[in-house]
Ligand binder design. Structure first.
Ligand SMILES: [Zn+2]
Ligand SMILES: [Zn+2]
Length: 190
């Protein structure tokens, strides 16, 4: 039969990851560059399904890395979530936004993918950078105030839900999130 090939094609499955999984997987790869001894986080800013900026957490440009003792707060034994005001590590969202500024890229109307939910300060930057959507992996003390602020400013916010084809990726991401970060338990702030 001449139509064999066509029939085979109709049985083929699109086994590509959905867009959310595609960007979240990339975010997890980026997080491996995170230079904070407390936790590794990454953010990807996407406009028209193109990555326009990326960021991972760590000390500012030109400053000794957190993993080499650059951040006294992170190197100390203060409990997770405390003394955050003396932490000199930049958050992943902060770095994704400032990297865009550094290269003169506008983020108006973009979506930001973050491996964990944003803090209040990053939420403020997300709003004023003109980002209109936040997709986050795990919950990082995603408090009511931050959630409300994003909602009031009209920034859509949703948890990343892996598609049916994303199971393997999700397992890989989980494994990578748990490496090297003593404070990486879900829900525990850095
Ligand atoms: Zn740090
Ligand atoms: Zn933050």
């Amino acid at each position: 039969m001449a139509h064999h090939e066509g029939n085979d094609m109709s049985k083929s499955v699109d086994d590509r990851p959905d867009w959310d999984t595609y960007f979240m997987d990339i975010a997890h790869v980026v997080s491996r560059r995170g230079n904070c001894r407390r936790r590794k986080v990454a953010a990807i800013v996407v406009a028209d399904r193109r990555i326009v900026s990326t960021g991972y957490n760590g000390t500012p440009r030109g400053v000794r890395n957190c993993c080499e003792g650059g951040c006294e707060r992170c190197a100390s034994d203060v409990p997770s979530g405390s003394d955050l005001s003396s932490c000199i590590c930049c958050h992943a969202e902060e770095n994704a936004i400032t990297q865009a500024a550094y290269h003169g890229i506008r983020l108006k109307g973009a979506t930001i993918y973050v491996t964990i939910s944003p803090c209040l300060t990053c939420a403020k930057m997300i709003i004023n950078a003109g980002i209109v959507e936040v997709v986050y992996g795990g919950d990082y003390a995603f408090n009511e105030q931050t959630r409300k602020l994003l909602a009031e400013a009209g920034v859509a916010c949703r948890t990343y839900v892996p598609g049916p084809l994303a199971r393997e990726s999700a397992v890989a991401a989980e494994a990578c999130c748990q490496t090297g970060a003593p404070a990486a338990k879900p829900g525990k702030p850095a």
